[in-house]
Every structure is written in C-alpha cells, then in structure tokens.
Design a protein around this ligand. Sequence first.
Ligand SMILES: NC(=O)c1ccc[n+]([C@@H]2O[C@H](COP(=O)([O-])OP(=O)(O)OC[C@H]3O[C@@H](n4cnc5c(N)ncnc54)[C@H](OP(=O)(O)O)[C@@H]3O)[C@@H](O)[C@H]2O)c1
Length: 283
Amino acid sequence: MTKSAKTKSARAATSLASIPGTLVLVGAGKMGGAMLDGWLALKLPPKKVVVIEPQPSRAIKALAKRGVRINPKGPIKDVAALVIAVKPQAAAEAIPPLAPMVSRKTVAVSIMAGKTLAFLEGALPGAAIVRAMPNTPAAIGRGITVAVPNAKVSAGGRRLANLLLGATGAVEWAPDEALMDAVTAVSGSGPAYVFLLAETMARAGVAAGLPKPLADKLARATVAGSGELLHRSPLDAATLRENVTSPGGTTAAALGVLMAGDGLDPLMTRAVAAATRRGRELA
Ligand SMILES: NC(=O)c1ccc[n+]([C@@H]2O[C@H](COP(=O)([O-])OP(=O)(O)OC[C@H]3O[C@@H](n4cnc5c(N)ncnc54)[C@H](OP(=O)(O)O)[C@@H]3O)[C@@H](O)[C@H]2O)c1
C-alpha cells in the first residue's frame, strides 16, 4: 500500500463521511437496505454510494434524488468498499461481475450466511475480504455483527469494515473463522429463538386461562421490556433473573421447571448445536 493510500484508509477509519472512494452495495434487500440507511444516517455522502440491485424498492429508488447511483451503466471505479448482501443462492451470479471493481484499496464485506472466506477468495481472487454475520435487529440499529477478515485485510480496511458494520449495531471480531457457524447459531438465528419464547409464553398463558389477545400482549411486552432492560442495565442476565426471583415465590416455582436437568439449558444447547451443524453442512 502506498503512503497516501494508507493515510486515506486511516482517515476512513474515523468517519464514513470521509470514506476514501466509492461504496458499492450489491443487494439492497432487507439487510442491505438497513445497512444503507445506517450509513447515510452516519453522514456517508450519498454521491459516494452505488447500489446494484435488480429490483430496487421504492425507498431505494427515492435515494437517487439524494445522489445515490442505482445500477449505473459502465465501469465503477475507485471502490473503497464492496458490500455483498445478496442471498447466498445468488452469490454465483452476483459476484463474478464485481471482480473488476476490486483493487488494492478495496475491502469486500460479505454478509452472506455460510459463504466462507475460501469461497469468497475463489470468487474475488486477491481481494481483501471480511466475512460477517449480522442479525435482524440491525433493522432498528440494534443488531450485533460478528466479522472475520482474510489475510489481505489491512488495519485501515478492518476499521472501514468496522464502521460499515457498526452502522446497524455492535460489532465483534471472531479470532477464527471456524467459530462462524456457532456465531450464526447464537446471534444470527437467535432472534427467532427469542420470538419463539414470546409465542410459547403466550400459548402457556392461554393454557393457564388467559384470553389469547391478553396473553399475546403480555408475552410480547414482557419479552420486549426484558430485552430493553437487559440492554440498558449494567447487570448480567443471571443477576437480573435473580433480582425478580424471591425464594419460594411464583418466579422460583417456574424457574424450578425451566432450570431443571431436562429444562431450557439442555434444550437450548441442542438447538444451537443443530444450527451449528446445519451451518457446516450448508457451507
Ligand atoms: N435477514 C437476516 O436476518 C440476515 C441475517 C444474517 C445474514 N443475512 C444475510 O444477508 C443477505 C441478504 O439477506 P436479506 O434478508 O437482506 O435478503 P433479501 O431481502 O432477499 O435481499 C437480497 C437482495 O439481493 C438482490 N439480488 C438478487 N440477485 C442479485 C444480483 N445478482 N445482484 C444484486 N442484487 C441481487 C435481491 O433482489 P430480488 O429480490 O429481486 O432477488 C434482494 O433485493 C443474505 O445472504 C443473508 O444470508 C441476513
């Protein structure tokens, strides 16, 4: 990397406003669209954004008025970051046309579930690549993304990837790509487990005699409120749980069932192991 390229990358690390080149988003669906909203909110200049998307939504099309280029004709040059947010099944079709955009100053960030660094390196030879796994609370800026770089990613490239991924929530870097299947099983798929908890609590409320609308409302508000409390509190989950559990009380009676040897712990361990296995099979 030249001295001036290094300086530019370092500048990009502190702000998306000074991104040293074009940001190309490939696939502006649910996740790509949420990321784009986050970047623009962080003052990424719209003129520096190119969106490649066969069927842009009305919201994406509207961004053209602000200067975002959508499906431009001709070569796209000076690409600082290439964010790949298509479904994994679309990767084989979507990635090959991107190869000419990649230069030594480009960091490619893939959020495709299960697509490994080896696969991405095969599709974009020589590229600096970050593989990342976000989750759906990204849509409200409260996601968590786990990322892992290949050997070509510079410190500046990593900082730029961190800024891009951080626009939709927290970012953690995995020390080893082998952990990504377990990451996917915990945080990638995890929102579904929490929504299931709300569903099962509501069904249990109905079984205990509550009218369904009231049971639904109580379960939803309890899961959402408890999640927010966990988010805001400095205390860990176990302490928050202990704080609502009086010895011999109603919560303790329920936790006696949930924390029994055949309770939630072994069930969740099996569920996460099944998701981890499935991730390996799909890779
Ligand atoms: N949603 C999540 O919770 C989540 C969590 C973790 C990771 N991810 C990953 O994020 C990626 C996107 O997921 P999503 O839920 O945002 O999917 P999505 O809403 O279907 O978005 C994908 C977008 O890519 C477009 N596309 C298809 N082929 C393309 C091509 N050749 N070039 C450019 N764009 C193309 C699709 O257009 P059409 O609709 O016209 O095909 C669609 O708008 C996936 O790889 C997924 O594994 C998602």
